[in-house]
Design a protein around this ligand. Structure first.
Ligand SMILES: [Zn+2]
Length: 222
């Protein structure tokens, strides 16, 4: 097989596209970090919260294998929100430590930089799957009804819509997600598949909230 062309978005190593690994390693390993807030998100629910610039947010797997759908907005201007597909182009289809999660146009800023990922060595499994998925998006009641005829309003999309209402956001504000701890890939026909989450108790995925915006808020739903 002919090798693929080089990556389309291949910036110089010192471009702001890429994180300063030394700096973000120091943040990840900073001994003076203290816990400011904590929330337990139960299965098939979602939670919205605010994280300040300069803070680190850690998502854990307290009961082992599980996945969550992450949305991110600028809390001062929710028109600026996470752009999954551009992030996929700039970094990779499945993100990990030092990748950045970028905002939509016309902002195009790194909202967060990933500082740690205990599943960073997962690599490519025997099915071709990788972890922390940017290929897919949230499940939703509309496609579920079209495919099965059933009505069920506890999909990730529905949970996310309910969770963010307290911040004045509406259904159309919910956007494509980062599926944290989710293994996915494309089969030989290019069809999207999902595998079992490899997350074990104690695994975590964390990111630093960039300094140029005062506040962000996030949502995570199972
Ligand atoms: Zn779902």
């Amino acid at each position: 097989m002919t090798p693929p062309p080089p990556p389309a978005y291949d910036a110089p190593a010192d471009s702001p596209i890429y994180a300063n690994k030394e700096l973000y390693s120091r943040i990840a390993n900073c001994p003076s970090r203290t816990l400011q807030d904590y929330s337990l998100i139960r299965p098939r629910s979602a939670h919205a919260w605010i994280v300040r610039a300069g803070q680190v947010c850690r998502i854990t797997a307290p009961q082992g294998a599980q996945v969550g759908d992450l949305n991110i907005w600028n809390a001062h201007n929710p028109r600026e929100r996470f752009w999954a597909s551009r992030t996929r182009q700039l970094h990779q289809s499945h993100v990990s430590t030092f990748d950045r999660l970028w905002s939509c146009l016309p902002y195009m800023r790194p909202l967060v930089t990933i500082t740690a990922d205990t599943l960073s060595t997962y690599g490519v499994d025997s099915s071709g799957g990788r972890v922390h998925d940017l290929l897919g998006t949230r499940c939703d009641p509309y496609i579920h009804h079209l495919m099965t005829g059933e009505s069920d309003d506890f999909h990730c999309h529905s949970n996310l819509v309910r969770a963010v209402a307290q911040y004045g956001l509406v259904e159309s504000d919910v956007h494509d997600v980062l599926n944290v701890f989710q293994v996915t890939g494309l089969d030989s026909k290019g069809r999207y598949f999902m595998g079992t989450s490899p997350a074990k108790i104690g695994d975590y995925f964390e990111f630093f909230i960039m300094k140029f915006i005062d506040l962000h808020f996030f949502r995570f739903g199972y």
